[in-house]
Design a protein around this ligand. Structure first.
Ligand code: MG
Length: 433
């Protein structure tokens, strides 16, 4: 049984997911004495939350309900507990939901902890605590205030900027605007009301941020920031209304925090290696970056918008990242900074598929004569002028492909070859997107 993807448990909401939530609560409650639970804004989050709380209480654990909070906020307050349970499917479409388990240091449960949970779920023990040992759940008030108070001292006050905040109707609808106002910013709200329907799409992708780009230009703001549904991700728009890619944001943040050692995923641009940072690469998924940061590193990030600042937490924090990018913009105009960074043509896409015969695919791709091949996560082929990565998504039934090269013609060639190979050897159900 493999329940955990690259960012926790995620599935389309149905009865099985509710049952699973109860059982996960039971297993976590047996191992942790005191647990805090939070949710994003999804319509099914309350159902899932009560199922998890029932499991925790049935196991005899103490349980505090932090209500609707961003994942990094819950991760932050988890330091007061033995474990945290976040009900979220992050940036997945609104019909999904899921569970992310958190450690007191803010990191997600690592692969060993996930395997222990999966093993315990297989046993299917229906044991519950004796009636006289069962506790009542409590309300945890003020999680958002705690998080804001912890972030504020890291940044200068009086950042008198106009910033457009697009919270995507997710869990950061309240906290990101409130934090930036406390830093002195004039905040223009966009999609800053909680809704489980995510009208602009939950993922802070360029395609979903058209209104943010427009609003930055129309209001003359110094920048725009956007969170995903549970606000562990943050993406930004510069003062010219241009979307800043994740590869560039990775370099911007690493430079701003004076990082010497950066942890990122296999699919991040090779440009970051050329900027003087010592770079350690992991499997895809913020969980892998967070896990690796336990072994050291000043900053970690995934180009999807997950930025980890170990000085505050090992959870990607889209709220702290919003304050950080505003502070950076106070020192230098974002468009000038972004344009000064090295960059190469990079293509990312995905194909809907139930699976792929990765070994056959790798054999086919060897015709491209790579210098080396890595199998840390899917297949990554390295060339003297670029690289190509093909892997099964950890959160959706898709195959993802990424290519980067020093010229546009070469990156297109690598990408097209991978796309042809996937179509030949995988159960493809849809076109690349
Ligand atoms: Mg997320």
């Amino acid at each position: 049984m493999k329940l955990f993807g690259s960012s926790g448990i995620r599935a389309v909401f149905d009865r099985d997911l509710v049952n699973l939530a109860f059982r996960v609560g039971l297993v976590v409650g047996r191992n942790s004495g005191n647990v805090v639970v939070g949710t994003d804004t999804r319509t099914s989050s309350d159902v899932m939350k009560h199922a998890v709380i029932s499991g925790l209480l049935a196991a005899g654990a103490g349980c505090s309900d932090a209500g609707i909070v961003p994942t990094p906020t819950l991760a932050f307050v988890t330091r007061e507990f033995d474990a945290g349970v976040m009900i979220t499917a992050s940036h997945n479409p609104p019909e999904y939901n899921g569970i992310k388990l958190l450690n007191p240091d803010g990191s997600s449960f690592d692969t060993i902890q996930q395997a222990q949970i999966e093993e315990a779920l297989l046993v299917e023990s229906s044991c519950v605590a004796p009636w006289e040992k069962i506790k009542h759940s409590r309300v945890y008030d003020g999680a958002i205030e705690h998080h804001i108070e912890c972030i504020l001292p890291n940044f200068p006050a009086g950042l008198k900027f106009k910033v457009v905040v697009d919270a995507g109707c997710g869990a950061a609808s309240e906290v990101t605007p409130r934090l930036l106002k406390k830093l002195g910013c004039e905040v223009v709200d966009l999609n800053c009301y909680p809704s489980g329907f995510f009208p602009r799409g939950s993922e802070p992708s360029e395609a979903n941020l058209k209104d943010l780009k427009k609003a930055v230009k129309e209001t003359g703001a110094a920048l725009g920031v956007a969170n995903d549904g549970d606000a562990d991700r943050m993406m930004a728009v510069d003062d010219r209304g241009r979307y800043i890619t994740g590869d560039r944001l990775l370099a911007v943040f690493a430079g701003a925090v004076g990082a010497r050692e950066v942890v990122t995923t296999l699919d991040a641009s090779m440009a970051v290696d050329e900027m003087g940072f010592r770079v350690r690469r992991t499997r895809i998924g913020d969980t892998s970056v967070s896990e690796e940061l336990r072994n050291g590193g000043d900053f970690g990030g995934e180009t999807s918008g997950a930025w980890i600042f170990p000085n505050i937490s090992l959870c990607p924090d889209g709220i702290y990242a919003a304050a950080q990018i505003v502070a950076i913009a106070s020192r230098q105009g974002l468009s000038g900074l972004v344009d000064s960074l090295p960059g190469y043509p990079l293509l990312r896409g995905s194909v809907s598929s139930d699976g792929v015969a990765m070994s056959r695919l790798e054999s086919e791709l060897m015709a491209l004569e790579p210098l080396s091949v890595s199998n840390i996560d899917g297949v990554k082929l390295n060339f003297k002028d670029g690289w190509l990565l093909v892997r099964a998504s950890g959160t959706e039934p898709k195959i993802r492909l990424t290519a980067e090269a020093k010229s546009q013609a070469r990156v297109q060639q690598l990408y097209d070859c991978a796309l042809r190979a996937i179509r030949d050897f995988a159960g493809v159900k849809g076109e690349a997107g």
